[in-house]
Design a protein around this ligand. Structure first.
Ligand code: TYM
Length: 334
């Protein structure tokens, strides 16, 4: 890790197993970035407590998410792969940053407003300061690049605000962190029901998980919403049809996509055939990752070793940052 220059950090909540959105929005970039950058990737178990206070499935999910990251090609020897709660320095930085984050700006956050709507009986302070904790995760390693999907754009904007506020008040310690996707716009993988994005805990039948078995993948894809097809050549695509094309672009061969584009434009498209093709391409893509992830997850000794080594690497970097932070803040008394 020592020779690599720019620092990269990202995280995933263990509120469920990984889905295609997590893969194409985040993990695919992690795997590409591990060769060129100094990378810190973690499972955000503290963040998940803001919405999932019941921890009965947490252990299982943390392990599965770690295993799925590794099965997708992440090499724990090349990166620091760890669990958020194993790096307590995060909590100290979170505390300092909380003194610089204002109630008004936190209440305006889109994700906060959405959570208030979804869980009106549990609008806890952790939910309000969620973006502060996320900022602590990122700037703890003084990271500049944060591979994430499009839904995290606002959190990254807030991370820049908090980092700049700290720098302005106490001295230049933190670079501005930016959301990152290789040479393209940030990704948003749509759900199969044409409504919104794929997500870990909502509408599970419209979400393709890396843990889904072949039959379930086929069933979910075949259920995706379609219609009787275009009647005018070269018509614009309704959102739910565009979504199917978008999913196909993620996993299918170029020629296959071109064929269905041409069929669509010529009004000869058969959505049943298109979905069958998409289902088979999804199965081909997901099944090897699922098999590998299951093997890794069952190897408890190996996962424990990954977590311990990852936490040691992350804490080493975190402790350097916190020494700088305490000094800048004047909290060094001797
Ligand atoms: P989370 O757990 O919701 O999602 C993990 C990653 O997957 C991306 N993602 C998607 N990308 C494209 N299309 C989708 N449908 C889709 N759904 C999810 C997310 O953008 C994210 O990159 N707050 C974060 C976790 C976090 C974090 C961090 C991220 C905690 N600390 C520090 C970056 C840096 C979250 O809830 O992600």
């Amino acid at each position: 890790m020592e020779n690599k220059q720019a620092i990269v950090m990202s995280g995933i909540r263990p509120t469920g197993f990984l889905h295609l959105g997590n893969y194409f929005g985040a993990v695919r970039n992690y795997v590409r970035m591990q060769e060129e950058y100094s990378c810190y990737f973690m499972v955000a178990d503290w963040h998940s407590l803001t919405t999932h206070p019941d921890t009965a499935t947490l252990k299982d999910h943390v392990k599965r998410v770690l295993a799925e990251n590794i099965a997708s090609g992440l090499d724990p020897e090349k990166v620091a792969l760890y669990c958020q709660s194993h790096v307590p320095e995060t909590a100290e930085l979170y505390l300092y940053l909380n003194m610089m984050a204002y109630k008004g700006e936190l209440e305006k956050t889109v994700s906060f407003k959405e959570k208030v709507r979804l869980q009106p009986d549990n609008v806890n302070a952790g939910l309000l300061t969620y973006p502060v904790l996320q900022t602590a995760d990122i700037i703890l390693h003084r990271a500049s690049y944060v591979p994430v999907g499009k839904d995290q754009e606002q959190h990254l904007e807030m991370a820049r605000t908090f980092a700049n506020r700290f720098n302005h008040r106490y001295g230049e310690i933190f670079p501005e962190p930016y959301a990152f996707n290789f040479g393209e716009e940030l990704v948003k993988v749509p759900s199969l029901d044409g409504a919104g994005k794929m997500s870990k805990s909502e509408n599970q039948l419209a979400t393709l998980y890396l843990a889904d078995d072949d039959e379930l993948i086929r069933k979910k894809v075949m259920k995706a919403k379609t219609d009787s097809g275009p009647t005018e050549p070269n018509s614009p695509k309704p959102d739910y049809i565009e979504n199917i094309f978008l999913l196909m672009r993620l996993v299918s061969e170029k020629e296959v996509i071109a064929k269905f584009e041409a069929d669509y434009n010529g009004c000869t498209i058969r959505y049943g055939d298109m979905k069958k093709q998409l289902a088979e391409d999804m199965v081909r893509f997901i099944s090897p990752i699922r098999a590998k992830a299951t093997d890794i997850k069952n190897d408890h000794k190996y996962l424990q070793d990954v977590m311990e080594k990852g936490a040691a690497k992350a804490r080493k970097s975190a402790q350097v940052t916190l020494a700088l932070v305490r000094e800048a803040m004047g909290l060094n008394y001797y």
